[in-house]
Design a protein around this ligand. Structure first.
Ligand code: ATP
Ligand code: MG
Length: 782
């Protein structure tokens, strides 16, 4: 066998995948439309807003939309949904184009920008105003919210609803010319303020926003809203099937209204909703990802720990693995959370047969082969594909007197069944000889620093005259003189919780950098982006940014242990759309609650304030110090406590949530005051809302102020604390999962959490968790 350059192997092109067409409800719908001759051809679109990098959830949508175009010989447009000037940029546009291409899809020249339609959209709004189907409203945001009513109460018409057409047209034109300040007026559709669907209660079409747009610069100071721009963009581009995620279900009625009102007749686009992808142990909202990047909890949008496409790519995922994953999870109408282990399974499955197997010792322990002549080297024949694949290629592995092995592969006092090295025991060196451990060398502190072993010259692997002697363990190794240093980056889950809420749930051990690892000589010149299996360790990829020939850096893509495959033994690979109970994997302990900002040295006055806060409100020392640091903050806290007497709860929100926000802006610039924060805490305390929903309410008031009570009302976020309402959901969840009921009855307590999670999910996080716990206990013990 001749030696093969490892780079040729590791960067070999990926194989094609089976082009079988998935079957799901969207394919069924399209089949039906084509049968009925409703459309000439199929046109879909992928419409990201360029306000962040794409993530694996977007990949699901991309695979679906571009996949449909491929399946039906149609086309999928790539459209930048860039109607919000404040958060968008060219950098994001470019990253999106790059990611879609990398995933293997082609928009066939059909790249569009919603911002290119601004003039046309303006014309449509004028038409609606002329026909009395829209009006200029001059209520402020807060008033508009109040007038809109709640899910249980009809809204009432704005006093501006009956402005004359002339006045409306005049105001709209002046809005465009920039005569009014942000928020002074909006344009709304005139639909129905009592419609049971809140989205139909005169939705906003335009708002004033004096902001620079990355493409239209300062041409516009009014910007169209999603519910206006989106359907019209679809219709103008001749989209047939406008596919979005389930949150938009209630917008569908509005989508149809808008197209009708603007004069688009059939055949016109229609909206269909599918369940978004959720993955456990990570976050998938662009807002949260942006926060991780901006606050430098990760190294950038392409940090290999992120679920972004660029992060996964840098980590070493292949496009094919991601496409296979998206195909395997399928497209359904019910929200669910997919186990991270399933994504990991997809990359293992893809790399298993493709990439060469090489040796690298991550945490070395020196071994001297005492009976091997000093200064001698021999070359062992080592195939790159030692397993059962019809792929060839090998390299020569130098062996000499001093080698390193994995520290874990030696134990001084091994338990029964340990087949690696221990005093007096034998193991085989991969592709080499059997060695025996004769002596253990320790430093003065008693740490093992070196082993003395002897080798059996008659046992060389593959040698024609080798004696056939079996030992139970085989370990990897590297010749000290020949091996090269490599940096290895080991990644673990980004969050400690399956369903993380925020940065307080980050896993402090998600990245471990090993600087003392030693790899076989062939890896020294590894090309950036090339992938390998490090035998017994996992799949690794030379980092695209930091790895240089001669100075390689490897990312661990994934370990070898496939928990997902084991959980699903015997079940077909594709039927994995429902939630799987989490695999039992060691999860590192949660970080100290809150990981609060560092408290600094205090002045004597601050010291005194801290003491007073501690004593008057029974606060923890740490909270008191943080609150005492700034006088406005102390005041904010004390004001809030006056409204709602839960000092500890309020302090907790300020320290864990608000302080983070105050890094960006002054307390006086917040869109809410102490009263609102107190109100929020009181809503949690009286169990009107869950802690999880409270975070959403907090995000709302941060963004646009308002009363938490009103927000909860308006959004229908009230916690469900009525057993009569919860019981049917619990019954359904329990009935849907007889295997887990059985496991529960066998005393496997950890499935209880699964049931709680399901019920919470079914209620959109609104069920009272305490009550769910209670009712589930009752239900499951029946
Ligand atoms: P944000 O996180 O800011 O709400 P977004 O993730 O919805 O934004 P968009 O740029 O609007 O970002 O998304 C583009 C498309 O990707 C949309 O059509 C959306 O339905 C789809 N999409 C977004 N997230 C997911 C997901 N987790 N699963 C499936 N599709 C998704
Ligand atoms: Mg969106």
């Amino acid at each position: 066998m001749t030696s093969t350059n490892v780079n040729q192997l590791a960067t070999a092109p990926v194989n094609g995948e089976a082009p079988s067409r998935p079957s799901d409800f969207i394919h069924d719908i399209i089949d039906e439309h084509l049968r009925a001759g409703r459309y000439q051809g199929i046109v879909t679109r992928f419409p990201p807003e360029p306000n962040g990098y794409l993530h694996i959830g977007h990949a699901k949508s991309i695979c679906l939309n571009f996949g449909l175009a491929n399946d039906y010989g149609g086309v999928c447009h790539l459209r930048m949904d860039d109607t919000d000037p404040t958060k968008e940029s060219v950098e994001y546009v470019e990253s999106i184009m790059n990611d879609v291409r990398w995933l293997g899809f082609d928009w066939q020249g059909k790249m569009f920008y919603a911002s290119d339609y601004f003039e046309k959209l303006y014309r449509f709004a004028v038409k609606l105003l002329q026909e009395g189907k829209a009006y200029v409203d001059s209520l402020n945001e807060e008033e508009i919210r109040k007038y809109r009513g709640t899910v249980t109460e009809a809204g009432k018409p704005s006093p501006f609803r009956n402005r004359s057409v002339e006045e409306n047209l005049d105001l709209f034109e002046r809005m465009r010319r920039g005569e009014f300040a942000d928020g002074a007026h909006v344009v709304r559709a005139r639909i129905d303020m009592a419609n049971p669907n809140m989205k139909m209660r005169d939705p906003l079409l335009y708002r004033i926003r004096k902001a620079h747009h990355y493409r239209t610069a300062d041409d516009w100071c009014i910007y169209p809203m999603y519910d206006f721009a989106h359907p019209l963009s679809d219709a103008m581009e001749g989209i047939t099937h406008s596919i979005c995620t389930l949150e938009f279900e209630n917008n569908r009625e509005l989508y149809d209204w808008m197209l009708e009102a603007c004069g688009f007749s059939e055949p016109r686009p229609h909206q269909y909703e599918f369940a978004r992808l959720n993955l456990n142990y990570t976050v998938m909202s662009k807002r949260k990802l942006l926060q991780l990047v901006e606050e430098k909890h990760v190294s950038g949008w392409d940090d290999p720990r992120l679920p972004t496409i660029s992060g996964l790519r840098r980590r070493g995922y292949t496009a094919e693995a991601i496409r296979n994953f998206c195909r395997a999870i399928g497209v359904a109408k019910a929200n669910s959370t997919v186990d991270m282990a399933q994504l990991e399974h997809a990359i293992r499955d893809d790399l298993n047969q493709k990439v060469p197997r090489v040796l690298c010792v991550l945490r070395p322990l020196k071994v001297v082969i005492t009976n091997y002549p000093e200064g001698q080297t021999e070359e062992l024949d080592a195939p790159y594909y030692p397993h059962d694949v019809p792929k060839e290629g090998s390299r020569k592995l130098p062996f000499s007197r001093e080698i390193v092995i994995e520290r874990d592969d030696f134990m001084e006092n091994p338990p029964k069944g340990y087949y690696r090295l221990s005093p007096g025991a034998e193991v085989r060196l991969r592709h080499g000889y059997i060695i025996k451990c004769d002596d253990v060398i320790k430093d003065t502190a008693g740490n093992v620093v070196e082993l003395h072993c002897s080798y059996d010259p008659l046992t060389r692997s593959g040698a024609p005259n080798a004696v056939d002697r079996k030992v139970k363990g085989t370990i990897h190794w590297i010749s000290v003189q020949h091996g090269g240093p490599v940096e290895v980056r080991l990644y673990d889950r980004l969050y400690t919780l399956e369903n993380p809420e925020g940065i307080t749930d980050l896993n402090p051990e998600s990245l471990e950098v090993l600087s003392g690892s030693v790899a076989e000589p062939s890896l020294a010149m590894a090309e950036a982006g090339s992938r390998f299996q490090f035998e017994r360790q996992g799949y690794f990829c030379a980092d695209a940014v930091d790895s240089k020939p001669g100075k390689p850096v490897f990312n661990r893509i994934v370990t070898l242990k496939d928990t997902w495959a084991r959980m699903n033994e015997g079940s077909p690979k594709t039927a994995a759309t429902e939630t799987k109970p989490a695999p039992k994997q060691p999860v590192p302990p949660a970080p100290p609650k809150g990981r609060k900002p560092e408290a600094r040295e205090l002045t004597p006055e601050q010291e005194a304030t801290a003491k007073r806060l501690r004593e008057a409100y029974q606060l923890s020392g740490e909270d008191a110090v943080l609150l005492a640091e700034s006088q406005p903050l102390t005041q904010f806290f004390e004001e809030a406590v006056k409204t709602h007497a839960n000092p500890a709860g309020i302090a907790n929100w300020i320290v864990n949530e608000l302080l983070r926000e105050l890094k960006e802006r002054e307390i006086s610039a917040l869109s809410f005051g102490p009263k609102e924060l107190a109100e929020l805490v009181s809503l949690i305390d009286d169990e009107t809302i869950s802690g999880k929903i409270a975070k959403d309410v907090f995000a709302e008031i941060l963004k646009s102020g308002g009363s938490p009570k009103a927000i909860v009302e308006q959004k229908g976020w009230k916690q469900i604390s009525d057993p009569k309402q919860l019981m049917p959901i619990i019954d359904r969840v329990v009935a849907a999962s007889p295997e887990n009921v059985a496991r529960f009855k066998e005393g496997k307590g950890n499935v209880f959490g699964f049931f709680v999670g399901q019920v919470l999910k079914e209620t959109g996080g609104k069920a009272n968790p305490r009550l769910v716990n209670e009712l589930l206990q009752q239900r499951l013990s029946q």
